[in-house]
Design a protein around this ligand. Structure first.
Ligand code: SF4
Ligand code: SF4
Length: 212
């Protein structure tokens, strides 16, 4: 791994562990609703820095790490997302359902920890299905960030001229955010990218950068 990438990976791990720690602390204190300002901060950040929240702050993404590591070591392959979930209407439907549940729980003062249940569900899903199923099709927070990150100034980009079309970046991308162009070069779909930099770590010709 390149020196610059190694530093970024280390920083990302520290950030993820920190935010997971905050998340667990709030669960034990029974104050998980305080995570909402953190998420709102993530939405604001996404207007400029893309889905930084997904790659660096989200506790679900951090919990997926050991699953990915163990499955990778054991060579366990997970199921592909069912094709029916390719329809965007499902993704937006889930987001609307979550917002409705939040509004109703506030209106009727029902103390239900939606975020905690979503987190448990995300881990259960990821035990059986490829991670992209959660990031790309199910996560309501991801869908919201997918929308808010569209105007972002900074994002992970491939310098297509230098790309050798090896496809390594696509293999490691946990969010299926890299598409193949007609020329066989690769291209990152900005609003699907989690800014995890895993593609940058493996690119043999160093043509993946976080830039304007
Ligand atoms: S495109 Fe690269 S940075 Fe974006 S999610 Fe995929 S691997 Fe991570
Ligand atoms: S890893 Fe680098 S060279 Fe290979 S397809 Fe991706 S961007 Fe192109």
């Amino acid at each position: 791994m390149k020196k610059k990438s190694a530093k970024k990976t280390a920083l990302r791990i520290v950030s993820q562990i920190f935010f997971l720690g905050v998340f667990i602390f709030l669960i034990f204190k029974g104050r998980l609703q305080l995570w909402m300002p953190v998420f709102a901060g993530g939405v604001l950040l996404s207007l400029v820095f893309s889905r930084f929240y997904c790659g660096w702050m989200c506790p679900m993404g951090t919990l997926f790490r050991p699953i990915r590591w163990i499955y990778g070591k054991l060579g366990i392959k997970r199921l592909k997302p069912p094709a029916v979930f390719n329809k965007p209407v499902i993704r937006y439907g889930i987001l609307i359902l979550m917002i409705a549940a939040l509004v109703l729980s506030l209106k009727f003062k029902v103390r239900i920890n939606i975020l905690l249940y979503i987190t448990i569900f995300s881990v259960a899903v990821t035990l059986f299905f490829e991670e992209t199923f959660w990031h790309h099709h199910l996560c309501p927070y991801g869908t919201l960030l997918n929308l808010s990150s569209r105007p972002s100034v900074l994002s992970v980009k491939i310098d297509e001229e230098g790309c050798t079309s090896c496809g390594l970046c696509q293999k490691v991308c946990p969010a299926s955010a890299i598409e193949t162009l007609e020329s066989k070069k690769r291209h990152i779909i900005k609003n699907e990218c989690l800014t995890c930099f895993k593609c940058q770590e493996v690119c043999p010709v160093d043509v993946i950068h976080y830039r304007t």
